[in-house]
Design a protein around this ligand. Structure first.
Ligand code: NVA
Length: 304
């Protein structure tokens, strides 16, 4: 179902989002398969993490394996030694590499220099594990994915990119509202467009958040300043101010909409003070579902 690696949603076979979500749905209900017994997973993280690190470490443990956490201070990916050397050394010692990197190219270089599975735990280009946990959360609430509408309000960043591709693959409409200069990267937009054409779904960008939110089943947002964008903080906070997800914006969505956020959330910026505690918010369940989605991904990639 997945290729050697899971670097982007494209590593799933076409239409693979729904199948993986259905497997994750069963995974959540059953006792974890011990497919990682006697296996070791390296977690190579250049950036901070709460949900991703904990959910992977817990998941690996539940499946019988063990983790070694390597911070950037220890490894110095591409600085202390070339990325290819890191991959070649880990190749001989562990069974899987899970990496959170500044540049997506580092993931590609890791993957090209080892036969081990490499999993993207967030890069500047995407966060496919997050998108899978998100789709599982929607599936749990709505009993389906196809035909639903997801509205992403805010930065056309790594979270938005993986979500756009995953939603299109699963037959969902995807609308994104962001300021003109913070739209999704063109290559991601084009590939989402290609998939949505095949699936017959609606993919749209608008600078108007209300337009995007109209009749949505899911309202999703993420921080305005991603890790690595800190230098642009002031400018971003000013430009994104009209894009806050708050109680008046969600009025445009369907009454039973879900409010989602990958977290960490900045109350008073991309979300109003109380949105995370809104009756339609599923953000903490969304965080938990990272565990179930990632166990499914690991069992597809590492078992055997
Ligand atoms: N867009 C955010 C996601 C954090 C999980 C970032 O890259 O910092």
């Amino acid at each position: 179902m997945i290729g050697k690696d899971f670097l982007t949603i494209h590593d799933l076979e076409p239409g693979g989002v729904l199948s993986l979500v259905q497997k994750a749905y069963s995974m959540k209900k059953s006792s974890p398969p011990q497919v990682l017994a006697n296996k070791t997973v390296a977690l190579l993280f250049e950036k901070p993490s709460l949900r991703t690190r904990v959910s992977f470490e817990v998941g690996v443990k539940q499946m019988g394996g063990s983790c070694i956490f390597l911070s950037n201070a220890e490894v110095g990916l591409g600085v202390r030694e070339p990325v290819a050397d890191v991959a070649r050394v880990l190749d001989r010692l562990v069974d899987c590499i899970i990496a959170r990197v500044f540049s997506h190219n580092s993931l590609i270089e890791l993957a090209n220099n080892t036969d081990l599975p490499v999993i993207n735990a967030l890069s500047d280009k995407g966060h496919p594990c997050q998108a899978m946990g998100d789709c599982l959360t929607v599936y749990e609430h709505k009993g389906k994915l196809e035909g639903l509408k997801v509205a992403f309000i805010g930065d056309g960043n790594n979270i938005a990119g993986s979500l756009a591709i995953a939603c299109s693959d699963a037959g969902m409409d995807f609308s994104i509202s962001s300021p003109e200069q913070y739209q999704l990267p063109i290559e991601i937009w084009k590939s989402a467009q290609e998939i949505s054409k095949i699936k017959g779904t609606n993919l749209m960008w608008t600078p108007d958040p209300e337009e995007a939110a109209k009749e949505a089943d899911v309202i999703y947002t993420d921080v305005w300043v991603s890790m690595g964008d800190e230098e642009e903080k002031n400018e971003r906070l000013e430009t994104f101010a009209p894009y806050q997800v708050n109680e008046s914006l969600v009025e445009y969505a369907k009454p039973d909409f879900l409010f989602m956020h990958d977290m960490p959330a900045h109350r008073g910026e991309e979300v109003s003070e109380n949105m995370l505690d809104h009756k339609n918010s599923v953000v903490y369940q969304q965080a938990e579902n990272r565990l179930h989605a990632q166990k499914t991904i690991l069992s597809e990639l590492v078992s055997g």
